[in-house]
Every structure is written in C-alpha cells, then in structure tokens.
Ligand binder design. Sequence first.
Ligand code: NA7
Length: 544
Amino acid sequence: MTSPAAESVDAVVIGAGITGMYQAYLLRELGLCVRGIEEAPDVGGTWYWNRYPGCRLDTESYAYGYFALKGLMPDWQWSERFAGQPELLRYASVAADRMGIRPHYRFDTRVRSALYDEAANRWRLTLSDDVTVECRLLLSAVGPLSATRMPDIPGIDRFKGESFHSSRWPRGGDGGPAHADFSGRRVGVIGTGATGVQMIPEVAKTAKTLHVFQRTPNWCTPLGNHPLTPQRLSELRGDPQQFLAFLESTPTAFPYDRHPLKATQVTAEERRQLFETLYAMPGYGIWLSGYRDLLLNKVSNAYLAEFVAGKIRSRVNDPVVAEKLVPKNHAFGVRRVPMETGYYEVYNQGHVRLVDIAETPIEEITAKGIRTALEEIELDVIVYATGFEAVTGALDRIDIRGKGGVALKDAWQDGPTTYLGLLSTGFPNFFTLVGPHNGAAFCNIGVCGGLQVEWVARLIDWMTQRGCSRIEPLPEFEERWTARVYDEYAKTLLADSDAWWVKTSRNPDGSLRRRALIYVGGAPEYRALCEDVARKGYEGFDIR
Ligand code: NA7
C-alpha cells in the first residue's frame, strides 16, 4: 500500500478553537500557506466537545466575544449574559465563516507526531490518516483543557450501564445537542469542579436519583445569568473599542477591577457589605473585584471564605451535608471558583445525595454501579466529570520531537521550560499558544488568546520581512522566564493548592513538588513584557 503524498505548507495550526482559528486567519492574511488540523468534525474547540447539560461561559459573553469586539462580527448579538454552549458553538461557526478558514482545515484528523528536521528547518507531521504534512512554522492551539482525564478506578470497564466523560457527552442521532433526559434513570456524577457544578442541577431535573461523588468541595458562587436584549447589551458593554481597552487593562481581562483597599484596612461591617454586594453580583466579581489582597494574605482570604461558607450553610437544609460542601483544605479562589446556578439547593431535593468519597473512597466500579468503602450504589448512568490533563496534556498525546530527536515530553519531564510560554529551546518554530507558562492561560482566553495570536502574527511578519525562517529561545532567557513563572506563583496563596493548573510530582525524598503550569503575574504585565521584547527586536530569541 502506498502512503498518501506529503503536503507542504508554510504553517500548520493544530486546533480549530477560537485561538487556532484566529491564528490561521491572521497567518493567511500575511500571505502564508496555512494548513489547519482539527480532531473534531468542525470548529469550536472546547465548545465543540463540551456539550453536557448546563455547559456555559463563566465569563460575560460580551467580554469573551473577542471577534465581535474586534469588529469581525459587528452584528453579533449575545442572547444571555453568560452564553450557553449551543450559542458559543454558533459564535465559533459564524466566526469561522467570516474569517473564511474552514476550507484550510483538515477536520476529523489528529496529529500523531511532529518531528523537527534540523537540516531542512522543517517540521514533519504524521496525521491519524497517515497523511504527512511538512511545514516551517508549527503552532499549537490545542487548548489548556482538552485532554480528557478518566479516573484510574478498578473495574471501570466492567460497568454494564451507560458511562462517559463529561466532555464526550452522547449526542442525538443527528450529532446535535446532547441528550439530557435521564427520566427514570439512576445517575452518578463523579467530580465537583466547574463542570460537575454546572451539570448537577440540570441532571437532577430529570434523573430518578442522583448521587454526587465528591472528593474535594470547591468554593462555588452564584453565576447570576440573565437574558440580554440588544439595548441591555449595549448598556453593559458600551463602545466595543473602549470596552476592549478596559478589559485589556484588568489583571485577567474580565470586566472587573480589583478593589483599591486590602480587606484588613476596613471594618468588619464594611467587609460584610462589600461581600454581600459581590455575592449578589453576576459572575466573577466576588473573585476578581474584591479586596486586592484576597490571593496574597491568608487573613484577608479567610474573611471572604467564612462569608461564603455562611452562604453555603444557609442554602443547604441538612447541616451535615452543608458542612461537607464547605471547603476545608484550600483558601477561596486558589482553585478555579465554579459559578453555580442553584447548585447548593440541589442537595435539598430528596432524590439527590452527596457521597463524600474523601471519607468513604470509591473502591471499584462494578457491573451494577459504584462500590465505596461503605456500600455499593446501583446506577444506570455514570458521568465522569473528572477534568482534564491540563495545559500540557494535549501536547503529551502527540509525539513531538525537536532538535536531536528529543521528545518534548522528556524535555518537560520536570515541568515545562519556555520563554514567554510561547517557545521552548530545542524546538525551533514551535509556538504553544495559550500554552504552559503563558500569560494567556490564567485569563479570559477569548481576549488574552486573541491578543497573543496577534503578537505571534506580528513576530512572524517581522521575521518574514527580514528573510528569517527560524526562531528559538536563548537558554538563559528561557531559564529566567521559567524561574519568573514559579516566583510569581510562589508569591500568592495559590502556591499551596492543587488546582488543575498545577502539576504535582514527588521529589526524590518523597516530598510533594508543585509546578505551576500558568503565569499569574497579570495579563497586562505579561503583554507589556511581550511588547518590550518585540520593541527590542525580539530580545531573548535566536532568530535567523
Ligand atoms: P476540574 O476542575 O479539574 O474538576 C475535576 C473534578 O473531578 C474535581 O472535583 C476532582 O476532585 C474530581 N476528580 C478527578 N479525578 C477523580 C477521581 N479519580 N476520583 C474522584 N474524583 C475525581 O475539571 P472540570 O471539568 O470540572 O473543570 C475544568 C475547567 O473547565 C474549569 O476550571 C473551567 O475553567 C472550565 P479533586 O478536586 O481533584 O479532589
């Protein structure tokens, strides 16, 4: 059998989510020949895969919709303050049409390997259909939360009912919306991260019984979603350009500024009043616009944590259940704060039960359901809302080899090493958009991803104009950046927690080692630094 002929292009973009599509578009605008590769049958990335009931944004739609703010989709009208998955998928689809990028993508195709040929300065990719593609520039936009993580529980294949990961939700026959009707069925959900917390109240609406298997409770706060009329949208957003400039000025590109004071500088009554206001506000205000020392000072953090714990206790009727839902092992906001809609009240319904698997661990999955240390719970459906191999997981699933055949996975065994979270020594011309140690990951990705894509497009244009074809970070700049990522992280209360953006491993002496996978020094600071690097002729890179 002969293998299909190799395709040769200037650039390959892996992924057709909002970041990859925009990168493919801007590179084409530069006149490059671009091939996009996407595992799904269509564009959308995270909004293509995550179709569980209740799936929606926890960023304000109008702040997330970068293409609309940039003028690519001036007529786009959001229907809700926090758009649901079907609307987000339509947004991605319309954006793809406006940018005309679909014809340049190969869909239903995975990249199996990417090998760098140093002599030719080319990357050679082998795809899941055995096609080979060669390119000079390789841009990964695989998404920080796309590699599904199934738990390692004995007997997982033995279950005779229906089971699936939350981001692989079964669909109707036409490949359309997720089926969400569990009438008469006994459902178990494992996992209470942002996904579980969005899904659980929706599943409870139709399930005969719902068992929620919780290992760690999270600090969850109300989403406050509501419909948006065109008039309300324009009141909230105002002039799109000014609004975008405001988003770019805030630490995480959410439409909130931090409070100028520290929690320790005001009276208990002032704190209570602000916390009440923030709790009643839609969205992430409580996390992102509270006192400025929330993530820096344990005492200040405890004020808010105690306030939110009080809200949880007041919303859950059974005090024993309420106590299990109050986090005890991490401060407020050091893990992603799930935004909820009626989440706590769900535990007041007779057919919903919280199973504390920190107390009575899951021992095995059986043919009939889940066996904990205490009992066997019979189920018809098990949903694994168990999260993702975050940030580096999707890259780990591709055999990526740089100079000297070194595997990226091996080079990053001890945690990623990058310069600006965008390129890594030994892997020339390989860009990791919204990747590890990059200032766009701990951010409203709609905006920060877009800004990063524009910076990369400018860099590539700059190189092209100078007849340069190869870029690689200088080792000392990479070392300095990697150290800075860890230093910034260590300054915050985030350093003691196990959020999805932390890679944990063991030191030789058995002690726990945590490696931050994100840069938390602030999005404006990150971009200012990138701009400074550009102004200095892309300082820190070996460009030829
Ligand atoms: P997360 O936030 O990583 O949450 C995963 C959940 O699954 C979390 O509650 C985990 O408990 C739980 N989990 C993971 N593995 C197991 C095993 N083996 N047994 C029991 N429970 C387990 O992923 P999500 O999909 O909810 O959200 C990801 C992001 O998507 C979110 O931040 C938004 O930005 C969008 P743990 O806390 O580890 O004890």
